[in-house]
Design a protein around this ligand. Structure first.
Ligand SMILES: [Zn+2]
Length: 102
């Protein structure tokens, strides 16, 4: 993972998940935007890094929560936002909106 494809407003959403992934040796393949929200591609740890029972499911839930939150939070400022019908679609607050609300 080198480049960052998402706006600064989502940093507070994704940062804790990335820290958790590092701690648990979960591999983050990619963090991208898709249909105005975050899409996180990840995979379980390699053999040799055993997670506690249930941790994989916990991580899955956490990643989904981040993806869901990203469609409700402005990607520019982190304030509550809505999905906008721009091209590509964006999740923005009223202040940063560039297109009509979906
Ligand atoms: Zn905003």
């Amino acid at each position: 993972m080198t480049d960052k494809y998402y706006g600064p407003g989502w940093d507070p959403l994704i940062s804790p998940l990335l820290a958790l992934a590092e701690r648990w040796n979960v591999k983050i393949n990619d963090v991208m935007t898709n249909y105005g929200g975050l899409r996180i591609s990840w995979q379980p740890p390699d053999v040799g890094y055993d997670l506690e029972p249930g941790q994989l499911e916990q991580f899955r839930t956490a990643a989904l929560a981040v993806e869901t939150l990203s469609t409700l939070i402005c990607d520019q400022c982190g304030q509550p936002g809505r999905l906008r019908d721009t091209s590509p679609a964006q999740t923005r607050c009223d202040k940063h909106a560039e297109g009509p609300t979906l």
